[in-house]
Design a protein around this ligand. Structure first.
Ligand code: BES
Ligand code: MN
Ligand code: ZN
Length: 505
């Protein structure tokens, strides 16, 4: 798909289709009014006859509107003007894209970016429209022998902005939107890949491929032999039952002009399959545990977006690749592990494996003297119970970092909700035989998991993002969502101090 911005009037566009909004009930947007005037009331006549009420997502495709140069005009219902919010805006764009893609318009000029969306500026509207477009055109069909092809797919989309002054902001929105959506696409492709293909070594190969395109990125890996030398016994224990070797992939992005700025470290849980191990999961929906590498997919996607935007910061991304399987060699309930930090853990459930992998990575990254560390993981079913599929769970003892991440979530529409990390919850991890257990019980399960991690993240500012509910969709729309790439990328954009929307609007 090709995207651009432009500032022009609707009747002068020579395109296959122009897209304009109509509010409910039967009220023309400013742009639609311009078209109505030039076409001598053609559009208002239609509305009067009851062809379009303006309900959100309603579509009416017109051909050869008098005095309009474009072949088609797509009228899009936008609901009540004062109720147009972010969510509705996204839904309207999605419907529009699907209609354009199905009705033979290979290019279009979209005026929906001029609608008034509560609290949002042109930068946001253009970027969001672009990301929504890319996301709704996504499909994962590399492993289908017959691909679902559209006959005349949408190829080129122009977003119109109200004034020429806003063209610069619009172009920046396109640049950022393209980077974020290509990061999301990589995240989704890697996450959707089945676990017989996507194993820890596959995660490493994907990172290497990215480093081949981007000079600013270098990739190295640590396999089981080196993990043993580093005494990452907890990480190793989780992968021991699998034939697939555990591989930790380290992606170093150097973008800071000064070169030696402290790096931001992103860690992603990369369980390419989580069967539960000896504490085997029930069979229902177990296939979805291929998505237990959603954190790692989010990190590799964010690294891609970062490389494309060439942000002037230093970032290290770590993919904690591992597979949790039962076998005669697998770790078991009752085992006591000595983690890389020296702290000991009594394993009470081999299905609480994510924290056992991540705790050693949290210790490992101390060597980078990080500015801050954010880990992202499909860590607990309890987080899905608490927050559902709309918000990721955010945990951090460092208030400024927590607020930065929450803000990045709001800005990018990839939201997180803060959960507590209070000391009271730590007590639930006490063990009679080791420094702690890996199981906090059913109550507050996502919090005790985060508390467990916090014990290994004392040497730097740290936040944990539980994406168990947000990284993929179940049911008919099963598939990776590409989250938390927008949140993490937005966080990095903000960190880099790159300009975004106009401050005045
Ligand atoms: N990867 C799962 C968490 C998960 C489960 C995410 C379902 C999304 C949907 C994790 O490794 C796990 O199994 N957690 C257990 C922890 C429990 C044994 C303390 C869980 O949530 O049941
Ligand atoms: Mn598990
Ligand atoms: Zn898991």
């Amino acid at each position: 798909m090709e995207f651009s911005v432009k500032s022009g009037s609707p009747e002068k566009q020579r395109s296959a289709c122009i897209v304009v909004g109509v509010y409910e009930p039967r009220r023309l947007s400013g742009i639609a009014e311009q078209l109505d005037k030039i076409s001598e009331g053609y559009i208002s006549n239609l509305l009067r006859r009851g062809d379009l009420e303006g309900k959100p997502g309603q579509m009416l495709l017109l051909h050869h509107v008098p005095n309009v140069l474009s072949e088609r005009v797509l009228l899009v219902g936008c609901g009540k003007e004062r109720e147009l919010d972010e969510r509705q805006y996204k839904q309207i764009i999605t419907k529009t894209i699907n209609t354009l893609n199905e009705t033979g318009s290979m290019e279009a000029v979209c005026f929906l970016t001029e609608l008034h969306v509560k609290g949002r500026d042109t930068y946001w509207k253009v970027r969001e429209a672009l990301e929504t477009t890319q996301n709704s055109l996504y499909s994962f069909d590399v492993l289908k022998t017959r691909k679902g092809e559209t006959r005349r797919p949408l190829r080129k989309l122009v977003f119109n902005v109200p004034t020429r002054r806003e063209l610069t902001v619009g172009e920046r929105a396109i640049e950022h939107g393209l980077a974020i959506s290509s990061g999301m696409r990589l995240c989704r492709d890697v996450a959707n890949m089945p676990p017989n293909i996507c194993n820890p070594a596959y995660l490493a190969s994907q990172a290497r491929q990215l480093a081949e395109i981007h000079e600013s990125l270098t990739v190295s890996t640590i396999g089981e032999e080196q993990m043993a030398k580093l005494e990452m016994n907890s990480y190793l224990a989780v992968g021991r039952g699998s034939h697939n070797e555990s591989v930790m992939t380290i992606m170093e992005y150097n973008g800071s002009a000064k070169g030696n700025d402290k790096p931001i470290v992103l860690i992603g849980k990369g369980l390419t399959f989580d069967s539960g191990g000896i504490s085997l999961k029930p069979g229902e929906a177990m296939d979805e545990m291929k998505y237990d590498m959603g954190g790692a997919a989010g990190v590799i996607g964010t690294m891609k977006a970062l490389c494309e935007m060439k942000l002037p910061i230093n970032v290290i991304g770590i993919l904690a690749g591992c597979e949790n399987m039962p076998s005669s060699n697998a770790y078991r309930p009752g085992d006591i592990l000595t983690t890389m930090s020296g702290q000991t853990v009594e394993v009470l459930n081999t299905d609480a494996e994510g924290r056992l992998v991540l705790c050693d990575v949290l210790t490992y990254v101390e060597r980078f003297d990080p500015e801050l560390v954010v880990d992202t993981a499909t860590l607990t079913g309890a987080c899905v119970v608490a927050l559902g599929k709309y918000a990721s769970g955010l945990f951090s003892a460092h208030n400024p970092l927590a607020h930065e991440l929450l803000n990045a979530g709001e800005q990018s529409g990839d939201r997180a909700w803060r959960m507590p990390l209070w000391d009271e919850y730590q007590e639930l991890l006490e063990s009679p035989f080791a420094d702690m257990t890996n199981l906090g019980g059913r109550a507050g399960g996502s919090i005790t998991a985060a508390c467990f991690l916090s014990r290994f993240a004392k040497k730097y500012h740290w936040a944990h993002l539980d994406v168990a509910g947000t990284a993929w969709n179940s049911g008919v729309n099963k598939g990776s969502t590409g989250r938390p790439v927008p949140l993490l990328t937005q966080f990095l954009i903000n960190r880099a101090g790159v300009e975004q929307g106009e401050k005045s609007a």
